[in-house]
Design a protein around this ligand. Sequence first.
Ligand SMILES: Nc1nc2c(c(=O)[nH]1)N=C([C@H](O)[C@@H](O)CO)CN2
Length: 121
Amino acid sequence: MDNIKINGIKTYAYHGVFDAERQLGQFFITDVTMHLDLTAASTTDDLDLTVNYGEAYKLIEDVIAGEPVNLIEYLAGKVSQTLFDRYDKIVGVEVTITKVNPPIEGHYENVSITLNRKREN
Ligand SMILES: Nc1nc2c(c(=O)[nH]1)N=C([C@H](O)[C@@H](O)CO)CN2
């Protein structure tokens, strides 16, 4: 299946279980792969026959910068549902959300979750 990827969307937001995360905020990195058939766009050169990744970026950014939630899993679910609702052409979405510097003691690079969703309707 063809895909369009938007990688490394960096957003300051206030998601998290802890009060400190809700008050201070932190950076989130979002990577999105949208699965769709790109045959029409690749043979006609017509933007209307694909997903405009500039517009999709804005939708994703608005979700991440929006109302705070507890879990990055839930946030990724909101991103994937937003893309399915906006674009009929999308048949699958993979969303990875990374907390660059979560309030967890220890030595590690970062934490992330990845959600893979297929269109249900
Ligand atoms: N699976 C998850 N575990 C945790 C999350 C999360 O979003 N998904 N979040 C937290 C805290 O908000 C974290 O930022 C610091 O511990 C804990 N675990």
